[in-house]
Write a protein that binds this ligand. Structure first.
Ligand SMILES: [Cu+2]
Length: 212
């Protein structure tokens, strides 16, 4: 109100101010467009050629309903289980915090860490993330287990609820990833009455050419 009154007191009836405001907004819009173009160029530049499928960050983030996140990602594999989509993604190793209910501790990736493994569980039809389950990941190389750990139920602004941990792999090569998905322990709407009632194991293979 105050603004409008002040503007209408001016000889041009505030039209000059409106034009100035329009010019400022146009400038802001231009800056946003240029920044967006630069960001997508940076994303394209960060993609590596790799034996596995590399995807645009924006595409992955969009699929999980989030904004692009500032790290390169690689889809390791996907599977489905009774209408649940299971997606394993590798991102750059990153620190995270674990909150126990009373205190918080930071888990930092070791210097040798290869990736931040993220397992996304989502509804195959609607794409909505499925929390309250648990995921155990076992990775083997040439039949030998090289990683065998529970994944943290985890929250991320960009990826939404997922299950993850930092993982160290012994070098490049072909790996087998086995995920043991335990049923979501939560009340369910009726459409989920008869699914995901027993632990389920899926296995996928991926080629790793990144750090290890
Ligand atoms: Cu995570």
């Amino acid at each position: 109100m105050v603004d409008l009154d002040q503007e209408s007191d001016r000889p041009d009836g505030g039209r000059g101010a409106s034009r100035r405001r329009a010019a400022v907004w146009l400038f802001v819009l231009l800056v946003a467009v240029v920044a967006g173009a630069l960001a997508s160029a940076a994303v394209a530049g960060s993609r590596e050629t790799n034996g596995n499928r590399q995807e645009n960050l924006g595409a992955i983030a969009a699929r999980y309903g989030g904004m692009p996140m500032p790290v390169p990602m690689q889809t390791l594999g996907t599977a489905t289980w009774q209408g649940m989509k299971i997606t394993a993604v590798a991102a750059t190793p990153l620190p995270f915090v674990v909150f126990s209910g009373t205190s918080e501790r930071t888990v930092k990736p070791s210097k040798k860490a290869s990736m931040h493994l993220m397992v996304m569980l989502s509804d195959q039809q609607g794409g909505v993330p499925i929390p309250y389950a648990s995921v155990w990941a076992t990775i083997s190389k040439a039949g030998k287990v090289v990683y065998d750990e529970r994944q943290w139920p985890m929250l991320s602004r960009y990826m939404g609820p997922h299950y993850g941990n930092d993982v160290t792999l012994p070098g490049a090569g072909s790996y087998q990833l086995t995920l043991l998905i335990s049923p979501p322990q939560a009340a369910r709407h009726m459409e989920y009455a008869n699914v995901w009632l027993k632990p389920h194991r899926v296995t996928m293979t991926f080629a790793w050419t990144g750090k290890g």
